[in-house]
Design a protein around this ligand. Structure first.
Ligand SMILES: [Zn+2]
Length: 326
């Protein structure tokens, strides 16, 4: 079978399309044929050697977001089941796992980073990492839920989102932004987006500010900044008194400064969030069953076009890049 490989030299010019052996499921695992995989900042950064986590193995099969078909019977899943991958490796026994925070497992990490990932034809995965895809759920939404959807859902939960709150979402047209606005809107929040794209209105944004044009006196109960340093100062300035800013990405840089006096005199909370737990994904899937989430797709490509997918990722796109694997 074929797989994408990167490392020990990184950068898209070093991507290889190689022949590898089909994996053999171990105890508790099933074989999954990948149908679709997504391209996320984490995959882009990994391929370019800019990952903030420990990478293993090297050379490496990237890809942290996938849906597929189960190809071997397990104890929970049967051959033919359509599944999405909960993309966290976790031991199930540490204090984090025991308190339902598998994504913070002390001995785990991100699937596709601490292990080989999705940019291949078949993977062997523990059944506890799989969720059945509801029949009516669109496959391009399904492939987008375990990263974009889950990260947004947990970020909103951690920020204490409740009906009637206002939320300002930086990067509203991005992989997470499109879900942050849909989920917030579904929960009854007033949703404001920051984006160059007007189409984000179709994804739940009641009002869209062009990048750099959020009015100076505009305040929101929750500000979501997944873009990192370049937007930090501006995004903090838009948090209402007693509100929260939540962060889960560093696309424009990882270090920023802070006016500590503004922080405490306005009782602003700074919240970090990363991915989500098994329970978060299960709750998000229930929402997806009753609400038609949408995922805009800019480009669909074959696995062997991975290098072109990296070029596309660098552009300002109208939606996601989806790799059609089989
Ligand atoms: Zn654990």
């Amino acid at each position: 079978m074929h797989a994408v490989n990167i490392g020990p030299e990184f950068g898209k010019e070093n991507l290889k399309f190689v022949d590898v052996e089909k994996p053999q499921p171990r105890h508790g695992e099933v074989l999954v044929r990948i149908i679709k995989a997504g391209v996320n900042p984490i995959d882009y950064n990994l391929i370019h050697g800019k990952i903030v986590y420990n990478l293993s193995p090297v050379p490496h099969v990237p890809g942290s977001e996938a849906i597929g078909v189960v190809e071997s019977d397990g104890s929970i899943f049967r051959k033919g089941d359509h599944v999405m991958v909960y993309n966290r490796v976790f031991d199930g026994t540490c204090d984090m796992c025991r308190s339902h925070r598998e994504h913070l497992c002390r001995n785990g990490g991100i699937w596709g980073v601490v292990t080989n990932g999705a940019y291949t034809e078949y993977v062997a995965l523990p059944e506890r990492n799989l969720f059945r895809i509801p029949d009516k759920l669109n496959h391009e939404v399904a492939v987008s839920l375990p990263i974009g959807g889950l990260t947004s859902y947990r970020a909103l939960m951690r920020a204490g989102a409740k009906p009637g709150d206002s939320v300002l979402i930086y990067g509203a047209s991005g992989n997470t932004g499109i879900f942050a606005s849909q989920i917030a809107s579904l929960m009854g929040l007033e949703v404001y987006g920051v984006s160059r794209k007007d189409w984000v209105r179709d994804y739940g944004c009641g009002q869209v500010f062009k990048t750099g044009e959020v009015p100076a006196d505009f305040k929101a109960d929750i500000v979501i900044n997944s873009l990192g340093a370049d937007f930090w100062k501006e995004s903090v300035s838009h948090v209402a008194t007693g509100g929260n800013i939540v962060s889960f990405g560093v696309l424009t840089g990882r270090e920023a400064s802070l006016d500590i006096a503004h922080l405490y005199t306005s009782e602003i909370g700074i919240i970090g969030s990363t991915g989500g737990s098994l329970e978060d994904l299960s709750r998000l899937l229930k929402l997806a069953e009753i609400h038609d989430f949408k995922a805009p797709v800019a480009t669909r490509m074959k696995l062997m076009q991975i290098s072109r997918a990296m070029d596309e990722f660098e552009k300002i796109r109208d939606g996601r890049i989806i790799l059609e694997v089989s």
